[in-house]
Design a protein around this ligand. Structure first.
Ligand code: ADP
Ligand code: ADP
Length: 234
């Protein structure tokens, strides 16, 4: 089995009369592969991301991650979604460190190694251009800065699977391209498996090995295109 496998999945929200978001959706992603998912608004891209992350159960079909059928939040996932959902009462630094408290392997070391983890969080913030903002609170940050914070939160625990749902949508074009380079460096260095939802075809082609196209709702993967080397600036 591949690292991520979605086999003939359907997703209907809200009972028999509800919205059919996905139907006969099948997807397979190799370990260490970087795929981008594009498709029209409302076709079910975010739904697909939720199913793989284990935030929602599929109505039909199966979702497998790392050889296990998904039946709840997958701890080896790092998530950054379009809406950054930072916890408002926590500092930026403590928001970035949140997954460390959730993932058991890190949680058990966090107390003894808090300073080292905090330094790592600071380093990530610096990488995305937020050096010096660790002690601020989310409401003191712009939308784009909150998105960058949420990318750091997705990376802090070095998850083998990154699920990114339009993670750069609130960024100006310059910052966005800086963040592509940051994400590409992370990927080249650690080779996590990455699934990226984007509306930006240039972003998809710049970053991904493979671009998957979804149909209009109910969504399923209807086409794919392997991105050929050499790529721009890689
Ligand atoms: P995309 O990310 O491609 O824009 P979504 O996965 O967000 O698409 O949504 C797919 C369809 O499912 C849309 O018609 C949307 O309105 C519906 N939908 C998404 N989330 C929910 C929800 N929590 N409850 C009911 N319907 C939803
Ligand atoms: P909520 O359920 O209100 O979103 P949580 O405390 O469960 O609040 O999570 C807060 C945020 O932290 C969420 O946006 C979630 O995406 C993120 N989060 C939780 N666990 C993880 C994790 N293991 N990796 C990355 N982000 C996570």
């Amino acid at each position: 089995r591949n690292f991520v496998e979605i086999a003939d999945v359907a997703m209907r929200y809200g009972g028999a009369e509800g919205t059919l978001a996905l139907q006969r959706c099948t997807l397979s992603v190799r370990e260490g592969e970087f795929v981008a998912v594009v498709g029209p608004s409302g076709c079910g891209k975010s739904t697909l991301m939720r199913l793989v992350s284990g935030l929602w159960p599929a109505s039909e079909g199966q979702v497998w991650v790392a050889g296990r059928e998904v039946s709840g939040p997958v701890p080896l996932v790092g998530m950054a979604f379009q809406n950054p959902t930072l916890l408002p009462w926590r500092s930026v630094l403590d928001n970035v460190m949140l997954p460390l408290e959730v993932v058991p392997a890190h949680r058990s070391r966090l107390r003894a190694e808090r300073a080292a983890y905090a330094a790592k969080a600071e380093a990530l913030l610096k990488l995305v251009g937020l050096e010096g903002f660790g002690q601020r609170h989310p409401h003191q940050l712009s939308g784009g800065m909150q998105q960058r914070t949420s990318l750091c939160r997705a990376l802090i625990h070095e998850p083998p699977l990154l699920m990114l749902d339009e993670p750069f949508s609130a960024l100006d074009v310059f910052t966005r391209e800086d963040l592509w380079a940051v994400l590409q460096d992370v990927w080249l260095e650690r080779k996590p498996t990455v699934i990226l939802v984007t509306h930006d075809l240039r972003e998809a082609v710049y970053l991904a090995d493979r671009v998957l196209v979804m149909s209009a709702r109910p969504g399923r993967i209807i086409a794919e295109r392997r991105v050929e080397f050499p790529r721009p600036r890689r």
